[in-house]
Every structure is written in structure tokens, then in C-alpha cells.
Ligand binder design. Structure first.
Ligand SMILES: Cc1cc2nc3c(=O)[nH]c(=O)nc-3n(C[C@H](O)[C@H](O)[C@H](O)COP(=O)(O)OP(=O)(O)OC[C@H]3O[C@@H](n4cnc5c(N)ncnc54)[C@H](O)[C@@H]3O)c2cc1C
Length: 414
């Protein structure tokens, strides 16, 4: 679909592959903080990948310091976003509630809450079963043991965030080249030299940022650097609008770290971490060989299509905890997209040790929307050789290429 008449630059300093929320945040941070010539390339439209298919939840409630720090940085930026860029509000802070039906899980959650407070998260707290029922009277489950709760969490508008970052970057001189698939990355003497668009347009550059989400492995391979990132299909299920209840005010609610739901207008958007199951070998390098050219063909629109459609199961689970849903909610439609999963389900924000000038911002494993502002800053730190805003070891690529554990692993993955 690349226009044959479009003019491409002969060279830039940084070519960012992917105009999703991560490429967008990276572009903005780079042009804001430097005079580098930056081009953002996407094979499709801006934010047309996972960014537009996301539940877009935001939370501070993680188990690792580095993830919490990514949330603290990003949360500040998201709260100020409309002021910074003069756009509408992108962050709905309805809060985020983890519910637990096992005492052991509730006790572990209490330990994490103490750690989150100590790490600088404001107002996160543990609620006992009675406090949950009082504060959220629509929730009722006989096995409820407690909850962790943070009122400053919530959910975002990812398309608007990505578009706003991109527009701001373009206004400062970045080039946005949509419908421009990167089909080659030229490497010579172990150093990045150029990207090739659509097999014929060469754009010289000294840095390539791989921000290609679920396509990260394919893009890495263009430079001879396969990446430990696997596309994993994830569905979102939407109920009808529910009258007589203020669903739009509900927090994002997670049941035993599996099924979750959050308002979408006055209905519920729901998801499930456990199904469909991840492809075998997703947690090792090299990653499973997925044909990423077919990913967008495998996005099923509508509801009730496809063997992996688990909407009714998720709704039934939600109704076990929120009995009103059993009477008032049906399934309206479903969407799906891809998580871009790394072997430890934590992002890779790293220079590539195999090729000079190749930087990766990939593998966000279900957390890319919430952490995009910090990720964008981290990309700029890496490209501009500044001290990283968060401990870089937690996001390094090198250990994953050796199938070794990284520093500061994360346990609260959904
Ligand atoms: C169902 C679902 C629920 C989710 N829920 C949450 C959530 O609650 N909270 C959260 O933070 N995250 C969530 N995520 C994850 C989040 O959406 C992603 O982590 C995030 O969007 C990643 O952004 P990205 O820019 O890296 O990828 P993308 O938005 O996928 O962008 C990558 C871009 O690269 C482009 N590209 C690929 N190959 C090439 C090429 N060769 N040349 C040029 N361009 C190329 C693609 O066209 C695409 O536009 C969810 C994801 C899904 C699918």
C-alpha cells in the first residue's frame, strides 16, 4: 500500500520501526531532547497494531521495583498529558482492584502492598472482605478473602496517546511514514547503516529502534538479530450497556489474577489471561517461529467466531463475583489482538549486543500501553547515551539471548 509517489528521505539519524504507542513515545522523547532527525515507519496506519486493541489498563500494583518505577514515571506523565499536549483527558482514574479468594494469595498481596508503598506508590492499600463489600457493594463472593486497591490506577485512551505523541513529534520535525513496511535493515561491519522500505527505498541511518510489537522478532531478523518475543493472541469481550447501575464508575477489577473487567462506557470490557494458551516455547530463546505476515489476517472481527472465543466463560466468571452481571449482562461483541510476550513477560528496552546501532523497545507482555511514556524516555536514554531512567539491567536483552534470568523479575503479570 506504500505510495509509489511518496518521497522518502535519503537519510535520517534514527529510524523507528513501528508507529504504535511505543514507537510514538520514543519519537516524541527523541525529538524533544535532541536535534536528531527521526523517522517513524509503519507498514500500516499509526496505532493500527496492538495499541488499538488493548484493554489499556494502568496500574502501579506490581511486584518488582523496576515495573513500579515504570508506572510511577508513566503515571505522572499520563496525569499531566492533557495539560502537556493540550488534548482531552487520556487517563480515567477509577482505580484498580485485585480480588483474592485464597487466604495465601491475599497474604502475599499484603506483602506486595507494603513493598509498593515503600517504593513510592501513594494510597495503595489492602482491604479486608468486609471493606471490599462496603466500598464496592456490587461485589459479593462467598470466598472473598480480601483485595489490594489503588485509587490512582485506571485505564487509558491508547489511540489518542499514540496519536498525540506522534503529532507532537512531527511538529518538532520527526517524519511519520505510514504504509511504509520496513523490509530490510542494512548492516555492515556489525553496524546499522540503513532501513529499506517496501524493498526499494533505502533510508540511511545510524540507529534503528525496533518498536514493532508482535512483529519484533521478524524485524530483528531483518538485521540478523532474532528476538525472544512471541505474538500471543488475546481477546476482549464486551457486554451490552447496563442500565440502572453506574458501571462507568467501577474500577478495573481482577479476579484471582485471571479474568478481569473494566468499564467501557456503561458496559464491561472483559479479558482473560489464561486463554488462549501461549504457543509452546514462548519462554525460551529462540522464540517459536510464527509467520507474522499473517497476524493481521488472523484478527477475527465480531463475536462468536473462532475456536478460541471464550467470552461466555469469562462472563460467567465475572458474574460469580458480581452477581448483578448474571441478570443484566450479555455478550455484545469481541475483539482480539496480540500480546508481544518476552520469556519473563517483562519488556526488553535494550541496545542489541549483536549489532551496533540496533535498539529494542519490545516484549511488553501486556503492559505496553501503561508503560509507554517511561519506555519512550528509556529509548531516548539509550540512543542519547544518558543514564537510564530505570535500572537498565531489568530490561536488558543479553540474558534472554542466553536463556538466563534477568534482574528484578515481575510476578504480577496479567
Ligand atoms: C487484548 C489486549 C489487551 C491488552 N491490555 C493491556 C492493558 O490492559 N494494559 C497495557 O498496558 N497493555 C495492554 N495490552 C498490550 C499493549 O496493547 C501493547 O503492549 C502495546 O500496544 C504495544 O505497543 P507497540 O507500539 O509496541 O505495538 P503495536 O501497537 O503493535 O505497534 C507495532 C507497530 O509496528 C508495525 N510494524 C510491524 N512490523 C513492521 C515493519 N516491518 N515495518 C514497519 N512497521 C511495522 C505494526 O504495523 C504496528 O503498527 C493489551 C494487548 C491486547 C492485545
Amino acid at each position: 500500500m506504500a505510495s509509489p509517489t511518496r518521497t522518502y528521505p535519503k537519510d535520517v539519524d534514527v529510524a523507528i520501526v513501528g508507529a504504535g504507542i511505543i514507537g510514538a513515545a520514543a519519537a516524541w522523547n527523541l525529538v524533544r531532547d535532541s536535534n536528531l532527525r527521526v523517522a517513524v515507519l509503519d507498514s500500516g496506519p499509526r496505532a493500527g497494531g496492538s495499541t488499538s486493541r488493548s484493554a489499556a489498563a494502568f496500574r502501579h500494583q506490581f511486584s518488582s521495583l523496576s515495573s513500579i518505577q515504570m508506572s510511577l514515571i508513566s503515571g505522572r506523565e499520563y496525569r499531566d498529558f492533557s495539560k502537556t499536549f493540550g488534548c482531552e483527558e487520556v487517563f480515567t482514574q477509577n482505580g484498580y482492584l485485585f480480588l483474592w479468594s485464597e487466604q495465601e494469595a491475599a497474604d502475599q498481596a499484603a506483602g506486595r502492598v507494603a513493598f509498593q508503598k515503600q517504593s513510592g506508590v501513594p494510597d495503595v492499600e489492602m482491604l479486608g472482605a468486609a471493606a471490599v463489600r462496603e466500598k464496592f457493594p456490587w461485589i459479593d463472593h462467598p470466598e472473598l478473602k480480601g483485595a489490594s486497591w489503588c485509587p490512582h490506577d485506571g485505564f487509558l485512551k491508547p489511540d489518542l496517546v499514540a496519536s498525540t505523541f506522534l503529532d507532537a513529534a512531527v511538529s518538532k520535525g520527526a517524519l511519520l511514514l505510514q504504509y511504509s513496511p520496513v523490509t530490510g535493515i542494512e548492516v555492515s561491519g556489525g553496524t546499522v547503516k540503513a532501513v529499506v522500505v517496501n524493498g526499494r527505498h533505502r533510508i540511511g541511518c545510524s540507529t534503528v529502534v525496533n518498536a514493532a510489537g508482535a512483529w519484533a522478532n521478524s524485524v530483528g531478523k531483518l538485521a540478523g538479530c532474532p528476538m525472544p518475543v512471541t505474538p500471543v493472541k488475546r481477546y476482549l469481550y464486551f457486554t451490552n450497556q447496563i442500565y440502572g447501575h453506574h458501571v462507568s464508575k467501577w474500577p478495573l477489577t481482577v479476579l484471582d489474577l485471571e479474568a478481569y473487567g473494566r468499564p467501557e462506557m456503561n458496559g464491561l470490557m472483559m479479558g482473560w489471561d489464561l486463554k488462549p494458551i501461549k504457543p509452546a516455547g514462548w519462554d525460551r530463546f529462540p522464540a517459536p517461529d510464527v509467520d507474522t505476515t499473517k497476524l493481521n489476517d488472523d484478527i477475527e472481527a465480531g463475536f462468536g467466531i473462532g475456536e478460541n472465543d471464550f467470552g461466555f466463560e469469562v462472563l460467567m466468571k465475572m458474574a460469580e463475583w458480581i452477581p448483578m452481571l448474571g441478570e443484566k449482562a450479555g455478550l455484545d461483541h469481541a475483539t482480539c489482538g496480540y500480546y508481544e510476550v518476552s520469556p519473563d513477560e517483562k519488556a526488553i528496552l535494550s541496545r542489541d549486543p549483536r549489532v551496533h546501532g540496533l535498539v529494542h523497545a519490545v516484549g511488553f507482555s501486556g503492559h505496553g500501553v501503561m508503560h509507554a511514556p517511561a519506555a519512550g524516555r528509556m529509548v531516548a536514554d539509550l540512543v542519547l547515551a544518558r543514564p537510564p531512567c530505570v535500572d537498565a539491567r531489568a530490561f536488558a536483552l543479553d540474558p534472554l539471548l542466553k536463556n538466563e534470568a534477568r534482574e528484578d523479575p515481575e510476578r504480577m503479570v496479567i
